[in-house]
Design a protein around this ligand. Sequence first.
Ligand code: HEC
Length: 124
Amino acid sequence: MKSVGPVAIAVALAGLLACAAGLPAVTALDADVAGVPIAELQRGRDVYVAKCSGCHRLYSPAEYDDAAWDAHVHGMRDRAKLTDGDVAAIVAYVTAMNSARSPEVARRHTAPRMSPLPGATAGG
Ligand code: HEC
């Protein structure tokens, strides 16, 4: 029988929050790979949810590559009344989270969040 510890509860809550907007939550790994401070990615996600959900669904970051996102966010700039900082933060978030830019992140996101056993290798 499995016990439900505080970590499991925290993970479940984080999952609920992430699902509320249907968008991937930012992790330290994403920030690391993108080379952007995690606070900036977090802000980008917040601004995206706040300013881009009024007229249509929130498109998943994975739906567009970096160039398309850049064009779309700039294209929506007036409609969403974005500041320069908003544009930069949203672009940083969606391009950090789209798997087109970072197959490595996508791969690690789908991998079990556990340390490998000591001595274990990927085998290939
Ligand atoms: C005031 C309404 C409004 C707001 C706010 C808005 N959009 Fe849009 N968006 C539209 C409309 C209308 C379309 C479809 C027509 C078009 O592409 O011009 C659209 C289309 C899109 C598309 C799809 C384009 C395509 O051709 O596939 C993306 C991506 C997008 N918006 C992103 C955003 C982002 C990111 C934000 C926030 C920065 C945002 N939108 C805010 C009205 C809005």
